[in-house]
Design a protein around this ligand. Structure first.
Ligand code: 5AD
Ligand code: SF4
Length: 461
């Protein structure tokens, strides 16, 4: 479904503030797309904006407080503009909007629109209602229609000159981990149809995108309706995406260990477009805590999965998320997490102190872990993870790796891009290599990036 922008719509300024995950980044771009026919054009600051969207994240600590403090700042802008006779629509989107909709309207009555992640396609109608009625609009139901069927086609690329792009293929989660708000804020698992994913990927590739990151809260649980009426899984989708001319790299995130299957593992061996880097959160290395978290697998099952992945793809690097101090976590449980990290070896990891999310089972659980204990454990874990990350990056020095160049580097004459393992790499080289994948010999490891030299000037296929 393509809609032509209404050329007669008056030009208005839209400022979107995005917090949280990559899916929110993608959603923010889509909200921009859906508002463009109403004349809204993106601007970089809120001060001159006719509409400001705050796209929020509820995953961790003090999410709601952060939102209210930001809203306080936006209120001042709205009042200053009002004094000059200008209207400003303030919308709160994302997971805090979903979880705290009524509370937002009660505490911040100057907010015009509150909308949950499943209702973005209704935004134009909400804007019209808010402008007309002058009172707040709240949309936090999970509608029966799929938002992707109603959103206009994404403008591609979402940021011009981008050689990498995100593409949401799946949303929501049915797993109900004890600590997590996602099943409540994003709703049940649902997958976009194969046709709409492939169409968006083709448009991206035509506009120059070379690397696509498929997004989903449970991306490897993807089960989209195929053109033939059958259900496609992520493996089949990845093979179809790899056929698209120009697309040379495919990534996907975030995966649940329970949804990794043999076909997807084999695809890592057989499909060169699948990048050898996998974000596979384990959260804890203790079976007791994994059970309390309702993760549905043991630590050894995770080890075994990693073993099978590495047998299929020896250079596969893993990243993970960890939660420290889940209710009931003892020193012994924490040591089991440290042991799992030692056994597996992670190239990258994100670790968080457990923080109770209202309405989730773990929030009311007994045996909450004291903050100072969490702090000490987190420090020890992060030290180990940092050492592993440094060792992984150091192991690149001396190797030749394919780098997709995506732009200029920070220093004159430099160009920069990413390795297959998501590491930023820079070299001295000509701008014409931007957008291409080129062999680079890695010569040095810096704090957060790698330096290298062009192996040869001719270009990878
Ligand atoms: N406390 C701390 N970390 C959390 N995460 C999710 N919920 C919580 C919570 N209540 C972390 C998990 C997840 C990542 C996106 O955020 O590790 O994988
Ligand atoms: Fe949250 Fe667990 Fe679902 Fe991941 S799998 S989104 S942690 S409930």
């Amino acid at each position: 479904m393509t809609r032509t922008p209404d050329q007669t719509a008056p030009s208005r300024a839209l400022h979107v503030i995005t917090w949280g995950c990559q899916m929110n980044v993608y959603d923010s771009a889509r909200m921009g797309d859906v508002l463009r026919p109403l004349g809204y054009q993106p601007v970089d600051t809120p001060d001159t904006a006719d509409m400001i969207i705050l796209n929020t994240c509820h995953i961790r600590d003090r999410a709601a407080e952060k939102v209210f403090s930001e809203l306080g700042r936006l209120r001042l802008i709205k009042e200053a503009r009002k004094a000059e006779g200008q209207q400003t629509i303030i919308a709160v989107a994302g997971c805090v909007a979903q979880a705290e909709g009524q509370e937002i309207l009660a505490r911040a009555p100057y907010v015009d629109i509150v909308l949950g992640p499943q209702t973005y396609h209704r935004l134009p109608e909400m804007v019209a209602r808010a402008a007309r009625a002058g009172n707040a609009v709240i949309e936090t139901d999970f509608p029966t229609e799929q938002k992707f069927d109603f959103l206009p086609e994404a403008e591609a690329p979402q940021t011009p000159g981008n050689y990498t792009a995100f593409l949401t293929i799946q949303e929501g989660c049915d797993k109900f981990c004890s600590f997590c708000v996602v099943p409540y804020t994003r709703g049940a698992e649902s997958s976009r149809s194969v046709q709409s994913v492939l169409a968006e990927a083709r448009r991206m590739a035509q506009s120059g995108v070379r690397e696509i990151s498929l997004l989903g809260q449970n991306v490897n649980a993807y089960h989209g309706e195929g053109p033939d009426g059958t259900v496609w899984d992520l493996t089949r989708l990845a093979y179809a995406l790899a056929e698209i001319p120009g697309l040379s790299r495919i990534r996907y995130t975030t995966s649940h260990p329970r949804d990794m299957n043999d076909a997807l593992i084999a695809a890592h061996r057989d499909l060169p477009e699948l990048m050898p880097f996998l974000h596979l959160p384990v959260q804890s290395g203790s079976d007791r805590i994994l059970r309390a978290m309702n993760r549905g697998h043991t630590a050894d099952e995770y080890r075994d999965l990693v073993h099978r992945l590495r047998a299929a793809k020896p250079d596969l690097a893993l990243s993970s998320d960890f939660i420290i101090g889940h209710p009931g976590e003892t020193d012994e449980d924490f040591e089991a997490t440290m042991q799992l990290v030692r056994d597996v070896g992670f190239a990258l990891a994100y670790s968080f102190k457990y923080s109770p999310r209202p309405g989730t089972p773990a929030a009311g659980a007994p045996l909450q872990v004291p903050e100072d204990v969490k702090d000490a454990r987190l420090q020890a874990l992060q030290k180990l993870l940092r050492e592993q990350q440094d060792a992984f990056n150091a192991s690149m020095v001396g190797k030749t790796v394919p780098v997709l160049f995506t732009g200029k580097g920070r220093k004159p004459g430099q160009i920069a891009g990413r390795s297959p393992w998501l590491q930023p790499v820079h070299v001295i080289g000509p701008d014409r290599l931007i957008g291409q994948t080129v062999p680079v010999r890695i010569t040095e490891r810096l704090t957060n990036s790698l330096g290298g030299i062009l192996e040869e000037e001719n270009v990878y296929a």
